[in-house]
Design a protein around this ligand. Structure first.
Ligand SMILES: CCCCCCCCCCCCC/C=C/[C@@H](O)[C@H](COP(=O)(O)O)NC(=O)CCCCCCCCCCCCCCC
Ligand SMILES: Nc1ncnc2c1ncn2[C@@H]1O[C@H](COP(=O)(O)OP(=O)(O)O)[C@@H](O)[C@H]1O
Ligand SMILES: [Ca+2]
Length: 554
């Protein structure tokens, strides 16, 4: 980048020091002037730079900012304000902890009002070129999700940021379950919004997902009951402000579950395509899933936890321990169509700009579809057995409980889901497997676990079977756990199967057909960033740097 690409270059004041400030189409940068450096006896000029695409807004001076400073610098601030009374503030994204963003501000002073206004105008012109940024959002808040803090989180942490970024919002605080889904399905005027924001957990996200997908299919005349129907992708982006119990969809697409970080990803208009599984029972549509479809262990945990909703997020730990102690397994048959690419154990994690997810397979041109047509059964495999858990992870399912997730190498938008089969094994073996979700060891490296990357699968439960593992051992062991769980393990005939946990909702049928719909939705997210993102260009090139001068860059 040559200096002639500059849009603006001025000497302004920042923190009572004279700085050279420069702006081109992608970077805003500033450094102390020679004069100011000599006065401060600074050896090295430090260049600060931020990307234009990560500027939240620019405003005329924010008076509050001066008040935060110390007494000594308050005097200096007063002097600067008097000498250089015209100021503007740039709010921008700053990376704090790993994957966590905050909104920072930098203020520049000038003696010249026209110059200060010119800076505001030119920065605003550059921001207006970022047309993918949302201007209008429809926000749904679940006031009862997680620790019931959704409303407060939105009002205190998110709304002020949307306000600063001049995003207009219509906010609906839900009054009942499925309020948001039904509103999206039939009432919402989606043409007036650039995105829908969900304040809540994975269950609330699921409502938004169902509302948007079914609205899109209705508008395009697609019948979602046809298991082979090619669904039409949703044009409206979804933003997630985490305020739930697991927040796995937010965590796995952003890298953290922090409301401010998510609000900033919405403001800068990030876009992350995502696969959606459609789930059918025979020829009737049941639900969509983007994270976990879990039968056996995670289905039982969820079913038990629903009765403990009053406990908040801790319900999953209690139900998790209880389900673990029950140690049930389920018999069934699972058939699946393996994907022709990637492997759940290849350790290639899906990260921001993931090359695996770049290519969107369409049902017309994919190898697997051709293969399936030329050889009807060719690609399909069937496995029968006794399973403690059958999990389909369409994304890593990373969450605070398991920061690497159920399938650490699953991809967000590759058109596949990772099918994890945990066969009947001892309690100790299963505990070791579970524990490996929380440490660096490979949770698939067990003889009783197998994992396949698939595009479709069907599950058929064995009729009448549900056992506690001890029931079938040759010499039944009495463990201290049995009495604790006996009340809950006394299943009636209806409970001889487990249930499917579909993104935190219980499915009404155990026999299901699942098909991955590639990149059906888009989130305001960018995937997990590999490391502190570097500037696209070296800000030193913004100045014609003199020889024998030392510079350091942010
Ligand atoms: C021994 C410690 C083992 C920790 C293993 C943790 C694995 C966690 C993987 C979680 C995957 C989550 C996938 C997402 C599911 C959500 O869609 C869904 C809905 O979320 P929402 O309430 O926010 O709407 N959430 C869930 O279904 C919750 C699943 C949580 C499972 C927690 C399981 C804890 C197991 C503890 C076993 C302890 C054994 C101790 C023996 C002494
Ligand atoms: N106003 C409401 N009253 C009761 N339930 C609601 C309301 N709004 C949404 N829900 C439902 O609450 C459930 C849990 O929501 P969620 O935000 O995912 O919280 P959590 O992560 O704690 O489960 C979802 O199934 C959703 O449909
Ligand atoms: Ca996937």
């Amino acid at each position: 980048m040559e200096t002639q690409d500059r849009l603006l270059f001025s000497k302004l004041f920042h923190k009572h020091r004279q700085v050279e400030v420069t702006l081109n189409r992608s970077v805003l940068a500033w450094k102390e002037t020679e004069k100011s450096r000599k006065r401060n006896r600074a050896e090295t000029a430090h260049i600060h730079a931020l990307q234009v695409c990560e500027i939240v807004a620019v405003h005329t001076k924010d008076d509050d900012q001066d008040n935060k400073e110390t007494r000594r610098s308050r005097a200096e601030a007063k002097q600067t304000s008097q000498l250089y009374p015209h100021a503007f503030t740039v709010s921008y994204v700053r990376r704090t902890r790993l994957h966590q963003w905050c909104c920072s501000e930098v203020m520049f002073h000038s003696a010249n009002q026209a110059l200060s206004e010119q800076w505001i105008t030119v920065i605003n012109e550059q921001l207006a070129l970022l047309t993918h940024r949302p201007k209008s959002l429809l926000v749904y808040i679940n006031p009862y999700g997680g620790k019931r803090r959704g409303k407060r989180i939105y009002e205190q942490k998110v709304a002020p940021l949307f306000g600063r970024a001049c995003i207009s919002t219509d906010v609906i605080v839900t009054e009942r379950a499925n309020h948001a889904r039904d509103h999206l399905k039939t009432e919402a005027n989606l043409d007036t919004y650039d995105g829908v924001v969900c304040v809540g957990g994975d269950g609330m996200f699921s409502e938004i997902l169902h509302g948007l997908i079914s609205r899109t299919q209705t508008d395009n005349g697609v019948d979602p009951n046809q298991p082979d129907a090619e669904l039409v992708p949703c044009s409206v982006h979804i933003g997630i402000i985490p305020a739930g119990s697991t927040d796995c969809i937010c965590f796995a697409t952003v890298g953290t579950n922090d409301p401010v970080t998510s609000a900033l990803h919405i403001i800068v208009g990030d876009s992350q395509p995502m696969d959606v599984c459609s789930v059918h029972h025979n020829d009737s549509f049941l639900r969509y899933s983007v994270s976990l479809l879990g039968y056996g262990f995670y289905g039982d945990v969820l079913k038990d936890s629903e009765r403990k909703r009053w406990m908040g997020p801790a319900r999953y730990d209690l139900s998790g321990v209880k389900t673990f102690l029950s140690h049930n397994y389920y018999e069934g048959s699972i058939s699946f169509l393996p994907a022709d690419m990637g492997d759940p154990r290849d350790k290639l994690q899906c990260r921001s700009g993931c090359s695996v997810c770049q290519h969107k397979p369409s049902s017309k041109d994919t190898q697997w579809e051709k293969k399936e047509k030329s050889d009807k059964v060719g690609g399909w495999r069937t496995i029968r057995g006794k399973f403690i858990a059958i999990n389909a992870a369409s994304m890593s399912c990373a969450c605070p409980r398991s920061p690497k997730g159920l399938s650490p190498s699953a991809h967000l938008a590759d058109g596949t889901t990772d099918l994890i089969l945990v066969r009947k094994c001892s309690r100790l073996d299963f505990l070791t497997h579970l524990l490996r979700h929380t440490n660096k060891e490979d949770q698939f490296d067990h003889s009783f676990v197998e994992v396949h990357r698939v595009r479709r699968f069907n599950f058929q439960p064995q009729q009448n079977e549900m056992h506690s593992l001890e029931d079938l051992t040759e010499t039944p062991k009495k463990t201290g756990f049995r009495p604790i769980c006996s009340a809950q393990t006394n299943y009636n005939s209806q409970d001889s199967h487990s249930s499917w946990n579909c993104d935190g909702e219980i499915l009404p049928h155990a026999a299901i057909r699942v098909s991955v719909q590639p990149q059906l939705i888009r989130l305001f997210a960018r995937g997990i960033e590999e490391q502190q993102q570097c500037l696209l260009e070296d800000p030193c090139t913004l100045w014609a740097l003199e020889p024998n001068t030392h510079y350091s860059v942010d």
